[in-house]
Design a binder for this molecule. Structure first.
Ligand SMILES: *Cc1c(COP(=O)(O)O)cnc(C)c1O
Length: 432
């Protein structure tokens, strides 16, 4: 088709095709906040719903033409509710940040104080003074962080919480190798009557797969999340709670404050991902953590400084490596990219602000490699690639050839329902 088309069309198709071929078929995608959707999720995502409007709540919309979208939204919420044991679910926030924004806005106001995981301890920018928390005028006070254990220091945090008396407390983070102490913090929070929000963006899929502690069981009042990290859905956000008082306010803030239309094609795709997690989530999540542990051990054995030593390295999908000796996080991430290994540089707790351009760390996630069928044996191979590029300083372009070859055996998404994609595309009236 391309030859008869104007050059503008060719360029757009070409760039998209190049991206897809590269990241879908040839790279080792190890950004801890990403994942791939399965073909069935991808196909229901490409729905006419992406063109439509449905402001408000299901069956009480400001627009006509939404009867199936209404059913899908209700069903999506029901499935998420069942999967996570939350009575009230709102899938309308179009991102994790907007889920947080809504809940922070409900629980705090300008001039209030909150307690959060410090940024150097992996806290997310939306919890911080630089993000939505700051924009809402709520002052975030960091809890105490134990760098060695890479976790919240409960005893020191108790003092902070009792002193600050925050309006609410946010746990959960973007760099998280061990479960945060939701239960312990909740006990302290009760003394000052502060609800606890658990931001599950990174670990939602691990919670679904029962390898990460259930935040509701441990006392979280609200769970906010993205729907596209270890939970392998389309990009989006969700708010879940068992507290009717909070939900009633959340419901009135999502729309009209933080979203008007909520990107309706996400609903079927998010619902389908919830179903995948019901059927395959436990197997997937167990393998994710096994792979992370294996990769951490193999990197450590090859001379990398892996965080969490003495604590089993990791209990999540993430592996943290201090690569100062290898040239720093930025340098290392760039060399790895040349070898088709995609990771991101990351600040480690002891980094000073001036190190932001070349921080000490790499944050590595194995959830996507797991989704495409890799297991412990492949983690050995992956660790060898890291060693070749960063320790043996082999030419990344040479390593890239090996990576592309290795990746050829892992082209399909596992932990999903096998479908005839052409037949399904037909049924969904796609491409016509
Ligand atoms: C990724 C992340 C978010 C933000 O999610 P988006 O969907 O990118 O807006 C919020 N909190 C934490 C802890 C995250 O890691």
């Amino acid at each position: 088709m391309a030859s008869k088309m104007p050059p503008e069309v060719q360029r757009i198709v070409d760039l998209t095709a190049k991206h897809n071929k590269w990241r879908k078929k040839e790279t080792l995608n190890m950004i801890a906040s990403e994942n791939v959707t399965s073909p069935i999720v991808e196909l229901v995502y490409l729905s006419d719903a992406m063109h439509r409007y449905a402001e408000g709540m299901p069956f009480k919309r400001y627009y006509q033409g939404t009867k199936y979208i209404d059913e899908l939204e209700v069903y999506c919420n029901e499935l998420m509710s069942k999967l996570f044991g939350a009575k009230y679910v709102d899938c309308r926030p179009t991102s994790g940040t907007l889920a947080n924004a809504t809940v922070f806005h409900v629980l705090g106001k300008n001039g209030d104080t909150s307690c959060i995981v410090p940024l150097p301890g992996g806290g997310h920018v939306s919890h911080s003074e630089y993000g939505i928390m700051g924009a809402l005028g709520i002052k975030p006070v960091p809890l105490a962080f134990d760098e060695e254990a890479f976790n919240i220091d409960v005893d020191l945090s108790r003092k902070i919480i009792n002193e600050v008396k925050p309006k609410f407390i946010v746990l959960g983070a973007s760099v998280i190798i061990f479960p945060h102490p939701v239960k312990e913090i909740k006990e302290i929070a009760q003394e000052v009557d502060a609800p606890v929000i658990f931001d599950a963006a990174h670990v939602l899929g691990l919670i679904a797969g029962k390898v990460y502690p259930d935040p509701f069981k441990d006392g979280a009042d609200v769970v906010t999340s993205s729907t596209h990290k270890t939970f392998p859905g389309p990009q989006g956000g969700v708010i879940m709670t068992n507290r009717e008082d909070i939900y009633k306010k959340v419901k009135r803030k999502v729309f009209p404050v933080f979203v008007s239309n909520h990107h309706l094609h996400r609903l079927a795709a998010t619902a389908m991902t919830a179903v995948e997690m019901m059927y395959f989530g436990e197997e997937y999540a167990r393998q994710v953590v096994r792979n992370a542990k294996k990769l951490a051990e193999e990197l450590h054995a090859r001379g990398f400084k892996v965080l969490g030593e003495g604590y089993g390295f990791t209990e999540t999908h993430q592996v943290l490596v201090d690569v100062r000796e290898q040239g720093g996080g930025a340098y290392s991430a760039e060399r790895l990219e040349e070898a088709n290994i995609i990771v991101n540089k990351n600040m480690l707790p002891w980094d000073t602000p001036d190190m932001i351009k070349n921080p000490s760390g790499l944050r590595i996630g194995v959830q996507e490699l797991t989704r495409i069928g890799m297991r412990e044996d492949e983690m050995i191979q992956v660790a060898q690639f890291f060693e070749k590029v960063l320790i043996k300083k082999e030419d990344p372009a040479e390593v890239r050839k090996e990576v592309v070859e290795f990746r050829k055996n892992f082209q399909e998404v596992h932990y999903t329902f096998k479908v005839d994609t052409r037949e399904l595309a037909d049924k969904l009236s796609l491409g016509v």
